[in-house]
Design a protein around this ligand. Sequence first.
Ligand SMILES: [Zn+2]
Length: 325
Amino acid sequence: MRRIDAHIHFCGDTDAAVRALKELDLKLLNICVAHKTGSAWREKAGHYRMLAEKHPGAYAWCTSFDLPDFQETGYAKRVIEELDEDFTHGRAVAVKGWKNIGMELKKPDGSFIQIDDELFTPIFEWLERNGRTVLLHMAEPLACWRPLEDHKPHCSYYKANPQWHMYGKPEFPSHEEIIAARDRLLARHPKLRVVGAHLGSLEYDVDEVAKRFDAYPNFAVDTSARLWDIVLQPTEKVRAFLLKYADRVLHGTDLVRNQLFSGLDAKAAEANLNELREETAAAERYYAGTDAFTYRGGQVQGLGLPGEVVEKLFKANARAWYPEL
Ligand SMILES: [Zn+2]
């Protein structure tokens, strides 16, 4: 196994897809997202779990947990029981919390619940005690709170999903508030392994990621859907960052192809695989290559990182932060 994509949503259940992953020497970590209150997300989780059970060399999965509805007594206890089942029998390798905590879900008093809320404390204590890894997508890129700028990263997402665009919405929590809640959680549970999805929502400056790495040894980040943000930062600065924190960054594409490939025609399934090949190749070219190339319409200089650092980014760090992977 030469590569791990540590953050993806990819339902390639066909023989052709599994074969392609083998050819790519690539294992995928599928990530569950609990989009709304309730357990509807469990259907997709079932697909991810099935893929990991049937093809453990090609797939692993990261579960999630229901959001609180604030009516239920014993919420944390139930979540812990479900996580225990996911980890023990389902062989999930981590659990994910999503941005709806912090940005969408409100408590009965009308305030936004944050990830360090005491309601979640028993869950994080249990995860910490049991040596489980948490993947947290808290907040959004900073661009979320800024006016839209064409041809910049994230613009098209907020055009398509204006409900998540926070510019001019002072009634919602700020980027700083949400990140601060996440940082308090990191400080409160020093033995809890936490991977910050999307560069920990600090994609705008690797120095900000570095500050958290220095403050919280239990924190790593994945690069999912943020390659575009990193390549825009000065080459030498990014290179120095990745050399210094070579054990703390995990490669992930965040490609979202959630329909089971067995329900797609062969052409569509092949297109999905091609996209995965291209995204993976672009990341590898950026980290390992020494030439300049075009990425998303801009010129990008390859970092030329040493082989052992590239190997950490693409495999060893995922294994270290998700030990069951
Ligand atoms: Zn994702």
